[in-house]
Design a protein. Structure first.
Lengths: 358, 132
C-alpha cells in the first residue's frame, strides 16, 4: 500500500492533538471525553443510517444497555446488586471499592457492556431490520423508549431512582483523565474499524442496500444479514461507549442518561447529518462542531440552551441536510475522488453529485 | 364528533382529486386542509386530556406513538378499524397497568408498538415467501 506521506503526517498530528488536549485544556476533561463519545455515537449511527440508508432513532438503546451492563458488572463483582440499589433495603451501608476491585470491574465491565449490546442488537436486528423506511424509524424509536421505560420500572437496577456508578477509590485521585483517554482510544478504534469495513466488500454491500435494496437483493446479497451485522458492530461499539458514559456521568438515570432518546438519541443523528451523512470524516467533524456549540450554548444561553439547540437542529435539517462534507463534495468533487470529464459534460460547473441529487 | 370529521374529507373532496394527480397547488391545498383538520381535532382532544390528567411539556410523545400504533393495527385508511383498535388499545393498556403495575404502563405501550410492527413485518414476509 502506498499511503502519501502527508496523510500519515495528518493522522499522526491528529492523534498527537488528541493525546495533548487534556493538557492544553485542563478544565474541560469531561467535556472532551464526551466529545470522543459523541464521535463514537455519530460514526456508529452513520454506519447504519448514512451508509446503509436506515434511519435508526433507537441506537440509544445500545448506549443504555451498555451503561447498565457495565455498571451492574462493576457492582456485581463486589456486592449484591439488589443491596446496592436498595431493592432489598439496606440503604445505610456505604459501598466502597478498593483499587483492584475498581479497575478490574472497569476492565471487565466495558467488554461485558459491548457484548450485551451486541447480543441485544443481534436479537432485535433479525426482527426489526426487515422493515423499511418510516416503519423502521418508528420501530427503533419505540425500542429505545420502551427500553428506557422498562429500566425505569425495574427495581433490581434501581428503577426510576437511577443507579450510581461505583465510587472510584480516593487513592486513584482524579479519574477524568483516564476516562478521557479511554474515550479517545474507543473513538480511534471505532474510526479505524468503520474505515476498514467501508473499504471492504461489506462496505460496498451496505452502499448497495442504501442505493437500491431490491436490486441488491436480486443480485444475491443477503441484505438482512448484512444489515444485522452492521447493526451489531455499531451496537458493540455503542455499548462500550455507554459503559464509559455511565462512569463519566457517575450517575445513571434511566431516561436522562442511559436511554436518553431526547438528547443523545437525537444528537447522534444530528451530528452525522451536520457533518455529512455517508462520509467517514463527516460524523467526526459534525460531533466536534456540535459538542463545541452545545457547550457554548450551555454557558452563554443558560436557561434557553435547549431552545437554541432545537433551533439549530431545525435549521440544519431544513436548510443544510447534506451536511458540511456533503456540501464540500458538491463544491470540490475532485478532492473526493470523483473524476469529472468537464469537456464531455459540456458545462464547466455541472458536478455529477449535484446532478444525482436533483 | 371526530369520527364524522375524519370521514368527511373522503366524501367532501371530489373523487378525481384523490385518485388522479390533481394540479400541484390543489394537492398542496388538500394536504394543508387535511393536516389542519387533523390539528384541530388533536387540539380538541388535547383539551380533554388536560381535564383528566396533569399536563407537562413531554406529554405528547406517548400519544403520538399510540396514534401511530392504532393506525398501523387498523390498516391505513380504515376508519372503522381505527375506532376498534383505539378501544382495544385503551383497554389493553389499562389492563397491563393493572397487572404489571403502573410503572410499566408506558413500557407496555411502547413494547406493543414494537411487537405490532414486528408482527406486521413477519406477516408481510410470510406473504412474500408464499409468492415465491
Amino acid at each position: 500500500m502506498n499511503v502519501p506521506i502527508q496523510k500519515i503526517a495528518g493522522y499522526a498530528a491528529l492523534v498527537l492533538l488528541g493525546i495533548a488536549l487534556p493538557y492544553l485544556l485542563p478544565a474541560y476533561h469531561s467535556q472532551l471525553a464526551e466529545l470522543w463519545l459523541f464521535v463514537v455515537f455519530a460514526l456508529t449511527w452513520d454506519l447504519i443510517g448514512g451508509q446503509a440508508g436506515y434511519n435508526s432513532f433507537g441506537n440509544v438503546l445500545f448506549v443504555g444497555v451498555g451503561t447498565y451492563a457495565c455498571a451492574v458488572t462493576q457492582i456485581g463483582l463486589v456486592y449484591n446488586v439488589a443491596k446496592y440499589t436498595g431493592a432489598e433495603g439496606g440503604h445505610a451501608t456505604i459501598f466502597t471499592f478498593d483499587v483492584p476491585q475498581y479497575l478490574g470491574g472497569l476492565a471487565l465491565g466495558l467488554p461485558v457492556a459491548g457484548l450485551a449490546a451486541g447480543l441485544v442488537a443481534l436479537f432485535f436486528g433479525r426482527m426489526v431490520l426487515g422493515m423499511r423506511g418510516h416503519y423502521f424509524a418508528i420501530c427503533t424509536l419505540g425500542l429505545g423508549v420502551a427500553a428506557g421505560q422498562i429500566a425505569a420500572g425495574w427495581q433490581w437496577i434501581g428503577a426510576g431512582d437511577g443507579l450510581s456508578s461505583p465510587n472510584a477509590p480516593v487513592k486513584l485521585g482524579d479519574l477524568s483523565e483516564l476516562m478521557y483517554y479511554l474515550a479517545f482510544i474507543l473513538a480511534i478504534i471505532t474510526f479505524v474499524t468503520i474505515r476498514w469495513l467501508l473499504s471492504t466488500r461489506f462496505g460496498l454491500a451496505l452502499n448497495a442496500i442504501r442505493d437500491d435494496e431490491d436490486k441488491a437483493e436480486a443480485m444475491g446479497l443477503p441484505t438482512t444479514w448484512i444489515k444485522v451485522t452492521a447493526w451489531c458492530i455499531a451496537a458493540v461499539l455503542l455499548g462500550i461507549s455507554g459503559g464509559l458514559l455511565g462512569n463519566l456521568k457517575r450517575f445513571i438515570d434511566p431516561i436522562d442518561v442511559a436511554f436518553a432518546g431526547e438528547t443523545y438519541g437525537v444528537w447522534m443523528v444530528l451530528m452525522a447529518i451536520l457533518g455529512g451523512k455517508g462520509t467517514i470524516w463527516g460524523p467526526v467533524i459534525g460531533a466536534a462542531i456540535f459538542q463545541i456549540l452545545k457547550e457554548v450554548f450551555w454557558i452563554y444561553l443558560f436557561g434557553w440552551q435547549r431552545v437554541a439547540l432545537g433551533l439549530m437542529i431545525v435549521v440544519i435539517v431544513v436548510f443544510f441536510p447534506q451536511g458540511i462534507l456533503g456540501w464540500m463534495r458538491e463544491k470540490f468533487p475532485e478532492r473526493f475522488g470523483h473524476r469529472i470529464d468537464r469537456a464531455r459534460a459540456g458545462e464547466p460547473d455541472a458536478a455529477p453529485a449535484r446532478g444525482a441529487a436533483e | 364528533l371526530s369520527w364524522p370529521a375524519a370521514w368527511w374529507p373522503s366524501c367532501a373532496i371530489p373523487g378525481w382529486a384523490r385518485r388522479s394527480a390533481p394540479p400541484r397547488r390543489t394537492r398542496a391545498r388538500l394536504y394543508a386542509f387535511t393536516f389542519g383538520l387533523n390539528a384541530a381535532i388533536c387540539g380538541a382532544a388535547g383539551a380533554l386530556v388536560a381535564m383528566a390528567y396533569t399536563i407537562h411539556p413531554y406529554i405528547g410523545l406517548p400519544y403520538t406513538i399510540r396514534a401511530f400504533m392504532i393506525v398501523i393495527v387498523a390498516g391505513l385508511g380504515n376508519i372503522f378499524g381505527v375506532v376498534i383498535a383505539a378501544l382495544g388499545l385503551g383497554a389493553a393498556e389499562n389492563l397491563a397497568g393493572f397487572i404489571l403495575g403502573s410503572e410499566f404502563q408506558l413500557a407496555f405501550t411502547f413494547s406493543l408498538l414494537v411487537v405490532v410492527l414486528v408482527w406486521r413485518n413477519a406477516r408481510l414476509g410470510a406473504k412474500r415467501q408464499y409468492l415465491k
